[in-house]
Structures are given as structure tokens and as C-alpha cells.
Design a protein around this ligand. Structure first.
Ligand SMILES: Nc1ncnc2c1ncn2[C@@H]1O[C@H](COP(=O)(O)OP(=O)(O)O)[C@@H](O)[C@H]1O
Ligand SMILES: [Mg+2]
Length: 360
């Protein structure tokens, strides 16, 4: 069983210097708006993923007016004690240490402490563009396979280089195919690994999402999810050859795994176009539960579940079932935030679990 025992924050967002101890599997964090509930969950997420759930920019995570931050924490995993230290130095350099040992590559660290976040804005995963669903898929795969994250970093870096080269060529009105060929062969190398992994993995993921969705909805609905990729139709080599002319005209790489999508349909129509608010929420919960279940199965222990403002913004009715499922049936540690302390206390009582309450 994975448990976060304590966390101390220095210059992280609104926390100048704070320490929290956790002694239960169910932790309720309550307080009025703006007091730092989401930030505390994000600090936990940061420890697991080496980045914030909400922003790519580390500068936004350091307390305003300060340079750098520090997050220190202790987990227990079975009878093993795990000490983690994250330092963002004043010069922007980031370090992660686990039991005193630093990590050369963060991809080797991500996944050691698996975690699933559910936040109100996650509904974008269903209503937003394809990058939201790719991010969902990538977040899960990165925790399962360090090599996947390495390939993804490599691919995105090459993609940026290729795009800036395409822009430079357009400015100079040249076409330098040689360098484009080099970029393309690099894209193929990392991109093919990413594609293979996504293809292998998504069928199980989709089955799991559908299973949870039908459970939550209480009846079978005509829900279909499909992994779509240009690479399902053509080899990467051919795909890049075919898109070269278009890339030069549009000055960006128009083909590849950056266009992958998980298409969602209800009764053969676009889910986001026809699904009700309730159906969207059900699907969001189903996706997160599938993520949780797969992580548990692969790691052999439940991930930490972070639930931000779910009572208020997502669904009070479905929450009890989710808490029961994650905390009791799956023995996972759950952190849940709410503006109403009473609502959390009532929920704990109904579950029959002695939870810890933190008033911020
Ligand atoms: N980098 C930062 N430095 C200082 N304060 C910050 C920073 N980022 C966010 N905050 C502050 O944190 C508060 C919001 O915290 P948040 O965790 O979202 O609150 P809650 O979830 O309890 O409503 C706001 O008052 C915001 O100004
Ligand atoms: Mg909040």
C-alpha cells in the first residue's frame, strides 16, 4: 500500500513554509476559496510527476517574489520508507532525490509514486481538442513505461526543431531537404515506439473505460471509443513523404503521432456534441477510474487519488461510490478538497471510515 505520510513546502505557490502530516488513508482538506487547497494537491501531484498538473511553467509554482522552491515528503510503500526531495534552484534548475539519490533523467523517476488527479477542468478531456485526450493517454503511459516518456520527450524536441527549420526555410525561400530528412528519421524512430505502445495499450484502456461508464450510468449505452492514428493507415516513412510538400507550405509538421486521437461516440455521433452534462461527468469518472485500475494492476498497489472540488463542481451523488471504490475496495489513499467541512465529515461518516480532516 502506498501512503503519503508527510509533506513540507517551502516557497511553493501560496505556501511560504508549511508542513502537513497525514495519518489516514482518507484525507479531507477544507477551507474557503483561495486558501490553498488546490495548491496542496498540486504539490502532491508535483512530487509524483515532477511537474504541476495545471501549468508547465515552474516559475508560476514558486511563491510570488521568491526564487525557487522546495518540496520534501515521506511515503511508505508496504514496509518500505521512501524519502523524496524536490528542489527548484534559483537558477531554474530542478532536482529530484529519492532516498538521497538524484535522478539524471526524470523519466526514470515518474511512475515510482503513481497518482491520479480529478479536477473540475478535466471535463475538457471530453469536450476539448484531441491534445487533451493525448495528454490523458500519455500521463498514464509515462507512469507505466520510462522508455515511453523518453521517446515522447525526444519526439517533441525534434518536432519543435523541425518546425523552426520549416519556418526558417520559408523565410529564406529555400528548401533544404537534407536536414528535413534527418529530422524525419528521428521523428520516425521515437514516433514509431510511441505509436506501437499506444496501439497495444489503448484496447485494454478502452474496455476498462466502457466497463466503468456502464457501471456508473447503470445501463448499457451505445458508447464507442476508438484510437485513431494516421499511422494505422500508412507507415511513418510514407506518411512523412506524403506530407512534405504540405509541411513546407504550412511551415509546420502536419503529420505524425501529434495528430493521434481517442475518438468518442455515443449512438454513432460525436460524444461531445450530443452527450448531456451528466453523461460527460460519467465518462470523466470512468476514464479516471480506468486510469486508477490500470495503474493498480501494473504496479501491484493503488495509486494516490487526488480529488479537487469534486463535490461542488462535479458530482455529489457519484462521489460516495467513487470514494468507497478507491479507498475501501482498492485500499488507495485519497485526498479530497471541499469548501464545506461539514460535507466532508458527513461523507466520511457515511463511508464508515475514520478520515483525517485538515482545515486550512
Ligand atoms: N505562485 C504563487 N505565489 C503566491 N501565491 C500564489 C501563487 N499561485 C497561486 N497563489 C495563490 O494561491 C491562492 C489559490 O490557491 P488555491 O489552492 O487555488 O485555493 P483553493 O483551492 O483553496 O480555492 C490564490 O490566493 C493565489 O493568489
Ligand atoms: Mg481549488
Amino acid at each position: 500500500m502506498l501512503l503519503l505520510r508527510n509533506i513540507s513546502l517551502l516557497q511553493f505557490k501560496n505556501y511560504k513554509q508549511s508542513e502537513f502530516r497525514f495519518d489516514r488513508r482518507l484525507v479531507g482538506i477544507c477551507g474557503r476559496n483561495g486558501v490553498g487547497k488546490t495548491n496542496l494537491l498540486d504539490a502532491i501531484y508535483y512530487l509524483c510527476f515532477t511537474r504541476s498538473y495545471f501549468t508547465k511553467s515552474d516559475a508560476l509554482n514558486q511563491s510570488q517574489g521568491s526564487a525557487g522552491f522546495r518540496i520534501e515528503a515521506a511515503f511508505s510503500l508496504g514496509n518500505q520508507h521512501e524519502a523524496v526531495l524536490c528542489i527548484l534552484r534559483e537558477n531554474g534548475k530542478k532536482e529530484f532525490l529519492r532516498n538521497g539519490e538524484g535522478y539524471e533523467k526524470f523519466s526514470d523517476y515518474v511512475g515510482k509514486f503513481p497518482c491520479v488527479m480529478v479536477a473540475p477542468d478535466d471535463l475538457h478531456m471530453i469536450t476539448g481538442g484531441s491534445e487533451e485526450r493525448r495528454r490523458f493517454l500519455d500521463t498514464l503511459l509515462c507512469q507505466l513505461d520510462p522508455n515511453y516518456l523518453k521517446c515522447l520527450i525526444k519526439y517533441n524536441r525534434t518536432l519543435q526543431q523541425k518546425n523552426s527549420h520549416l519556418r526558417a526555410l520559408a523565410e529564406k525561400r529555400q528548401d533544404d531537404n537534407q536536414l528535413l530528412d534527418v529530422y524525419d528519421s528521428q521523428l520516425m524512430e521515437s514516433g514509431n515506439s510511441i505509436f506501437q505502445k499506444r496501439k497495444e495499450f489503448t484496447s485494454g484502456l478502452i474496455e476498462s473505460i466502457k466497463k466503468f461508464y456502464f457501471e456508473i450510468a447503470g445501463r448499457p449505452e451505445a458508447l464507442e471509443l476508438d484510437y485513431e492514428s494516421q499511422l494505422l493507415e500508412r507507415g511513418f516513412d510514407q506518411l512523412l513523404k506524403d506530407s512534405r510538400e504540405r509541411d513546407l507550405i504550412t511551415q509546420r509538421s502536419t503529420a505524425g503521432i501529434q495528430r493521434d486521437e481517442i475518438e468518442i461516440k455515443l449512438m454513432d455521433q460525436s460524444f461531445r456534441a450530443i452527450a448531456s452534462q451528466g453523461q460527460r461527468k460519467s465518462l470523466l469518472f470512468a476514464m479516471k477510474m480506468a486510469e486508477f485500475e490500470i495503474l493498480k494492476k501494473e504496479k501491484g498497489f493503488a495509486p494516490i487519488l487526488l480529488l479537487d472540488d469534486v463535490f461542488e463542481k462535479l458530482d455529489e451523488g457519484r462521489m460516495s461510490n467513487l470514494l468507497n471504490w478507491a479507498c475501501i475496495r482498492n485500499e488507495g489513499q485519497v485526498f479530497i478538497t471541499d469548501t464545506h467541512c461539514q460535507r466532508i465529515i458527513r461523507e466520511f461518516q457515511e463511508l464508515g471510515v475514520e478520515g483525517q480532516q485538515i482545515h486550512l
